[in-house]
Design a protein around this ligand. Structure first.
Ligand code: AMP
Ligand code: ZN
Length: 478
C-alpha cells in the first residue's frame, strides 16, 4: 500500500510521491519563542514527530526542518497587534535574544521529555536575515512588491492564484474586513515583507536592507529557510490549521512569486487544534497549560504523548484532566503487559530485547504499519499494539520484539518496561484480574454497587488497584 496523506491542497487523501524517490523533505512551522510552548503547540510537534518517524519506518530518507521564530511575529497573523518577542522582552526587562534563547531551550526540554526527536535542521529566523532579503529581492525584481509608509508589502493582486489552498476568493478580500487595517495596504490581504517604519519604536532587533534599516515580516522566514534547506520545491509542509488562511497562504505566494515555480510544496498537512472546554488554546491570550503544569499535577510527559496518540491529528481533541488520567492509567496497563510479556519471554527474550522485527506477530505489524501509512492513524496503530498484547496465541518472544518495533514510532519507552523482568504478573493472574473487572463492570451496569465494591475491595486486598477513567477501567499494582 502506498503511504497516503491528506493534502490540504485538494482536500483529499493522496498517495505520497516525493520529488526524489526514496527521500522526503519536510518543513514544519516551529515555535515563536516568547514564552513556553503550550500543550496545544505540543500536539503539533508530536504530529510532526509521528510523521517523520512513520516516513522513516516506511523507508524514506527524511530531512525534517524546523524554524525557530525569534523575530517578526505579531500577535495577529495579519500584521496587526504587538510584536510578541518585543512585548515579552519588555515585560521581563530582558533583551529579546536572551528571551529567545531561554524559551528555545525550554521548548527543546519539553519536546525531548515527550520523546519528540530533534528535527534534522533547526534554524533561527535571526540567523537567516540575508536569505530573507535575497528572497524578497527576487520578488521585487518580478514586480510583486510595493513600498508604502516606509514598509515593503507583497502585492497579492499581482499573484492570481493567491489563497488557492485556503479556498479564498480575492474579490471578498476588501480592506476593512478585519478589525485593524494597515492604511498602507492596497488590499487587506497584502502583507509586510520588510518593516522599516513600524509602530514599534522600541524594536530591538534591526538589520540593514535595500529598503532601509528594519526587520522582516513573519511569513518570509519560513519561505526563506525552507527553500534554503529543502530546495525551491519540496515535499511536505506541516503546521496547525490556524495557519491555512494567512501564514501558509502568504508563504506560498512569496515562494512561488520569487522562484516562478509551482507548486512550491506538494503536500500540505494541517493538524486540528487541542481545545480546552471548547475554547481555542491561545498563548497570546494567556489561556494555556504547559507540559510542566501537567508534570506538576503528577503526570508523566509520556502520559500526554499517549493521550495525543489516541486522537487522529485531523480531529479536534478536547483536553480534560479526566482524559489525561485515562491515558495515564492506560499507559500504566500497557507497561504492565509489556513487563509481563518480557517475563514470559524468559531469558531468550531478555537477550533479544532489541528492535529486531518479529515474524509471528506479522499480521499485527502489518496492520500497524498500514494504520500509520493511512494518513498517520495513531489511534488504529495503538489498537493494533493492544491487540497484539492481548493475543496469547503469539509466541511471547516474537510479540515482545514486535511491540518494541512498534514503539519506534509510538515512542512510549516500552523498552523500559522490559526490565527488570522479575516479579511480573503471569498471564493467568492478568486474566483473572480482567475477568473480575468485567464482573465488576457488569455489576455496576446492573446498579449492584455492593457487588461492584466488594470486587474492588477484594482486589485491593491482593494489592491490585482499580482506576476508572473515560477509556475504561485499568489496574495497577499498589
Ligand atoms: P506558535 O508557537 O504560536 O507559532 O505555534 C506553533 C504551532 O502550534 C503552529 O503549528 C500552530 O498552528 C500550532 N498550534 C497552536 N495552537 C494549537 C492548538 N491549540 N492545538 C494544536 N496546535 C496548535
Ligand atoms: Zn511557518
Amino acid at each position: 500500500m502506498a503511504f497516503t496523506l491528506y493534502n490540504t491542497l485538494g482536500r483529499e487523501l493522496q498517495a505520497f510521491r516525493p520529488i526524489v524517490p526514496g527521500k522526503a523533505g519536510f518543513y514544519g512551522c516551529g515555535p515563536t519563542v516568547y514564552t513556553y510552548a503550550h500543550i496545544g503547540n505540543l500536539r503539533a510537534y508530536v504530529m510532526h514527530d509521528v510523521l517523520a518517524r512513520s516516513l522513516r519506518r516506511a523507508g524514506f530518507d527524511v530531512t525534517h526542518v524546523m524554524n525557530i521564530t525569534d523575530v517578526g511575529h505579531l500577535s495577529g497573523d495579519n500584521d496587526e497587534g504587538e510584536d510578541k518577542m518585543v512585548k515579552s522582552a519588555g515585560e521581563r526587562g530582558q533583551p529579546v535574544l536572551e528571551i529567545a534563547r531561554f524559551y528555545t531551550d525550554a521548548f527543546f526540554r519539553d519536546t525531548s521529555r515527550m520523546n519528540i526527536l530533534r528535527p534534522t535542521v533547526v534554524c533561527r529566523a535571526t540567523e537567516h536575515i540575508d536569505d530573507m532579503i535575497a528572497l524578497i529581492r527576487r520578488m521585487e525584481e518580478k514586480g510583486f512588491t510595493y513600498e508604502a509608509g516606509g514598509n515593503l508589502y507583497f502585492d497579492t493582486a499581482r499573484f492570481p492564484s493567491y489563497g488557492e489552498m485556503a479556498l479564498l476568493r480575492l474579490e471578498n478580500q476588501k480592506a476593512g474586513a478585519r478589525v485593524e487595517v494597515d492604511q498602507n495596504k492596497r488590499n487587506a490581504r497584502d502583507f509586510v515583507l520588510w518593516f522599516t517604519k513600524s509602530k514599534f519604536e522600541n524594536q530591538a532587533l534591526v538589520w540593514d536592507s535595500p529598503w532601509g534599516r528594519g526587520y522582516p515580516g513573519w511569513h518570509i522566514e519560513c519561505s526563506a529557510m525552507s527553500i534554503k534547506y529543502l530546495g525551491e520545491q519540496f515535499d511536505i509542509h506541516a503546521g496547525g490549521i490556524d495557519h491555512i488562511s494567512v501564514h501558509h497562504t502568504n508563504e506560498t505566494a512569496q515562494s512561488e512569486a520569487a522562484t516562478g515555480k509551482s507548486p512550491w510544496v506538494r503536500y500540505w498537512l494541517h493538524n486540528e487544534f487541542l481545545v480546552l472546554d471548547k475554547e481555542k488554546m491561545s498563548k497570546s491570550a494567556g489561556t494555556f497549560l504547559t507540559l510542566q503544569n501537567l508534570v506538576d499535577a503528577g503526570f508523566d510527559p509520556l502520559d500526554y504523548r499517549y493521550f495525543l496518540l489516541g486522537g487522529h491529528y485531523r480531529s479536534q481533541l478536547q483536553f480534560s484532566w479526566e482524559s489525561l488520567e485515562g491515558a495515564k492509567n492506560a499507559r500504566r496497563s500497557l507497561a504492565e503487559r509489556v513487563k509481563n510479556l518480557a517475563g514470559r519471554a524468559g531469558k531468550r527474550a531478555e537477550a533479544d530485547c532489541t528492535d529486531r522485527p518479529a515474524s509471528g506477530a506479522g499480521a499485527y505489524l502489518e496492520a500497524f504499519n498500514a494504520a500509520l501509512e493511512n494518513d498517520l492513524s495513531t489511534p488504529r496503530a495503538l489498537a493494533e499494539l493492544w491487540g497484539l498484547l492481548r493475543d496469547t496465541g503469539v509466541e511471547p518472544g516474537e510479540a515482545l520484539r514486535a511491540v518494541l518495533d512498534m514503539d519506534g514510532v509510538l515512542a512510549l519507552n516500552l523498552k523500559e518496561a522490559c526490565s527488570p523482568p522479575a516479579g511480573t504478573e503471569d498471564e493467568q493472574t492478568i486474566r483473572e484480574i480482567e475477568r473480575l473487572i468485567g464482573e465488576r463492570n457488569a455489576a455496576k451496569k446492573a446498579k449492584d454497587f455492593g457487588t461492584a465494591d466488594s470486587i474492588r475491595d477484594g482486589l485491593k486486598n491482593k494489592g491490585v488497584i482499580l482506576e476508572d477513567g473515560p477509556s475504561g477501567t485499568h489496574w495497577r499494582r499498589a
